[in-house]
Write a new protein. Structure first.
Length: 305
């Protein structure tokens, strides 16, 4: 496994060639990724195209088999973040720890196509929180049991969390999230979403990974949210979500999932340009600012008035 990819001799001229990139998922019409990536490539002066493609899990192998030499990279949304693993030549450390990949670098080595997978969701979650003022957390509550929940517990560990409360509708499905927390060096407990004990939990950070977040707020109704508590809700349309509305009604900070989406896209672009999610872009702050503005967000990830 590797965190970076060496650029081979037959790599195209990234600054000249009209390369193809895209986001795959099902459904995909709602995706904001084309807007964010096109904004970034325009700011970078790159003649790249980026479009959305509706691809199911069954159709993914065929789509990948049909990638032509013009393809440079893929962004993946649900339900493909796990399905794609079987198609890859390598997976980065974070992708291995979470069992989920949302970014694929497409390259060619000696005439053969190579696919390298990365998880930039962890970076996106962490960066969105840091820019919102959350630089450290001790106890985190993560709602959900899927791929994004696994990324959330790893991000919580990177922010210093010592313990994660994993809350989901079916506790029997929490095993993979528990394993991701352990891999990140974080202890965890699992609680059913409908359990009244949820209301007694006192995390300083809550991350909801449920798309839309509808129906979750009832489990926190009547709860006095600690003054230091922050919410990051991966839901971003409509905003505020039900859960975010509850946080804001008590004067607490709620960070929209759109901020996470922007920052994970920044790391994706690092992969597509540098082959490494840890190597910053030239003038990255300018590019990030342009993407945040396109998404209607300020520098802290809050919606612009």
């Amino acid at each position: 496994m590797s965190n970076s990819v060496a650029v081979p001799d037959d790599e195209p001229d990234l600054l000249r060639d009209g390369l193809m990139l895209g986001v795959l998922g099902f459904p995909i019409a709602h995706s904001q990724s084309p807007l964010l990536h096109r904004t970034a490539y325009a700011a970078l002066g790159l003649p790249w195209s980026y479009d959305a493609y509706e691809v199911t899990t069954d159709a993914l192998p065929g789509f990948i088999a049909g990638l032509t030499p013009e393809w440079r990279g893929l962004s993946l949304t649900m339900p493909l973040k796990e399905t794609v693993l079987a198609e890859l030549d390598s997976v980065d450390t974070i992708g291995a720890a979470t069992g989920a990949v949302n970014t694929v670098l497409v390259s060619r080595h000696d005439g053969r196509r190579r696919l390298d997978g990365f998880n930039t969701d962890v970076y996106g979650i962490r960066e969105a929180l840091v820019r919102a003022g959350v630089e450290r957390t001790v106890r985190t509550l993560v709602i959900g049991g899927g791929a994004t929940a696994r990324s959330a517990v790893v991000a919580a560990g990177q922010l210093g969390s010592e313990h994660v409360d994993i809350v989901l509708r079916s506790p029997a499905k929490a095993a993979d999230v528990v394993a991701a927390a352990r891999a990140a060096g974080v202890s965890s407990t699992v609680t059913a979403l409908h359990d009244p004990a949820v209301g007694a939990l006192v995390p300083d950070l809550t991350i909801s990974t449920l798309p839309g977040g509808v129906g979750v707020s009832v489990n926190f109704a009547g709860t006095a949210i600690p003054s230091s508590s922050t919410l990051l809700d991966v839901a971003y349309h409509p905003w505020p979500s039900e859960l975010a509305g509850l946080w804001e009604s008590q004067g607490r900070l709620a960070v929209p999932g759109l901020a996470m989406l922007v920052h994970q896209a920044v790391a994706q672009i690092r992969v597509f340009l540098r082959g490494d999610p840890l190597v910053k872009l030239d003038d990255e702050e300018r590019i990030t600012a342009a993407m945040l503005d396109a998404a209607g967000l300020d520098a802290t990830g809050q919606l612009l008035p």
